[in-house]
Design a protein around this ligand. Structure first.
Ligand SMILES: *Cc1c(COP(=O)(O)O)cnc(C)c1O
Length: 425
């Protein structure tokens, strides 16, 4: 038995499913999950001393690679001044300035400790601000695990929400309506009947939690129009896309400004951080300036702010986005060709430094089409790649990421691994 297997066995006796977040358990791909002991640059190393090229990157945050020297150094320095005060610090002001500068639509911002908290709080704020209860989300979009947002039900027309998870009261979920991603007509129809009762439309401007699914041309603009028409708060969940698709996220990339934005992942520089922000007149409804309550013991934590600020400053200066996009496009094209050569039905979505290979012959534009992917084949592919030293997301419905530390050597090795894997699929 490997050290990872031994640890997993122990973990399973004390931690539900042996993991602290479900997808880590490798259930969707088969096999036993790796336990990681360290990471550097584009590489992660497990407890059995196997090194892998990492395309998970902690699910997105590590855009500058693991253990970035400057980020580590700044955290070390900050550490010596204390790890938490439960009082305001200059770092929070700096962070707010950086967020506002990167996202002009964010006139005010509140820091929290996770993406889940950001989305949950943005929703409460939208409800408090509009005095309305209902929200609209898209099938296959993930916005963290708060009650209102763990709903995906229905297709075509919006249907009454059915909770995805046990433990969510039906009375609660019924306020969450879902429509297919990229289906502007369905949004229009829904808005026509209940637009004046919708507090918010929340969307991943580029969907990353059903595998990668970019928006159709005009989709985000259409949402903006509908929200303006019915005074609905438009929320972009940019927890993945913020500082990833471009420095100013998907809203900069597509030129569409939401009312509220949720941030997470990269903004924490690898530490637990989330944020939500937007229009001043909406944000001022938050306690203590307004009636919508939201708080956090460790919100704006000095170590987390230090890591985040340092990461943002590096990104702002380096502007790695075009380079990342080019590298990713090359990698994806090579994988596509390799799949074609072996006659594997493969539909790869890519934008910026994000990509997902779906094992299907149709193009993937929403959740139903994502579900046509042969997930058993993805599992096999995942495990073959792992054997070759490449760590892909352990689920078909997660996005792979590149970092600035993924160089020619890593990409070449990944392409070779894919060629070999496709031969055995
Ligand atoms: C990861 C993610 C979240 C949740 O963030 P956590 O920090 O895991 O709570 C919310 N929205 C999107 C789009 C995400 O990808």
């Amino acid at each position: 038995m490997s050290q990872s297997e031994i640890l997993f066995k122990r973990a399973k006796t004390l931690i539900p499913g042996g993991v602290n977040s479900p997808v880590r358990a490798f259930k969707a791909v088969g096999g036993s999950p790796l336990f990681i002991k360290k990471a550097k640059g584009a590489m992660i190393t497990d407890v059995d001393n196997n090194a892998y090229i990492d395309f998970v990157l902690s699910w997105g945050p590590m855009i500058l690679g693991h253990a970035h020297p400057l980020i580590s150094q700044k955290i070390e320095t900050a550490l010596k001044s204390g790890t938490s005060f439960g009082a305001s610090t200059p770092l929070e002001v700096k962070m707010a300035e950086l967020a506002h500068e990167a996202f002009p639509s964010i006139e005010m911002v509140r820091m929290v400790s996770s993406g889940t908290e950001a989305a949950m709080s943005a929703l409460r704020l939208a409800r408090g601000y509009t005095g309305r209860d209902k929200i609209l989300k898209f099938e296959g979009c993930y916005h963290g695990h708060s009650d209102s947002l763990l709903v995906k039900a229905g297709s075509g027309l919006a249907t009454l929400g059915i909770p995805d998870s046990a433990g969510i009261p039906k009375d609660f979920a019924k306020h969450t309506l879902t429509v297919p991603y990229n289906d502007l007509e369905a949004v229009r129809r829904t808005a026509k009947t209940i637009g004046s009762r919708l507090a918010a439309i929340i969307v991943e401007p580029v969907a990353g939690n059903m595998g990668l699914v970019p928006p159709f041309r005009g989709f985000l603009e259409g949402l903006r129009e509908i929200c303006d028409l019915y005074d609905i708060v438009l929320i972009f969940d940019e927890v993945i896309t913020g500082f990833r698709l471009s420095y100013g996220g998907a809203q900069q990339y597509y030129g569409v400004a939401p009312d509220l934005t949720c941030l997470g992942k990269i903004i924490g520089g690898g530490l637990p951080v989330g944020a939500y922000g937007g229009k001043r007149k909406i944000m001022s409804q938050i306690s203590p300036s307004g009636p919508v309550y939201q708080a956090g013991t460790l919100s704006g934590n000095p170590l987390a702010m230090t890591a985040g600020i340092t990461a943002l400053k590096i990104l702002k200066k380096k502007k790695p986005y075009q380079d990342l996009e080019e590298k990713t496009a090359i990698l994806v094209e090579e994988i596509r060709q390799a799949g074609k050569k072996e006659n594997i039905p493969l539909s790869i979505n890519q934008i910026g430094s994000l990509f997902t290979p779906f094992f299907t012959s149709i193009s993937v534009t929403d959740y139903p089409s994502a579900k046509t992917s042969d997930t058993r084949r993805y599992g096999k592919f995942f495990n073959l790649m792992l054997k070759e030293g490449v760590y892909l997301p352990p689920s078909q419905f997660e996005t792979a990421f590149l970092s600035t530390e993924h160089g020619e050597k890593e990409l070449e090795k990944t392409i070779q691994a894919a060629r070999k894997a496709f031969k055995k699929l």
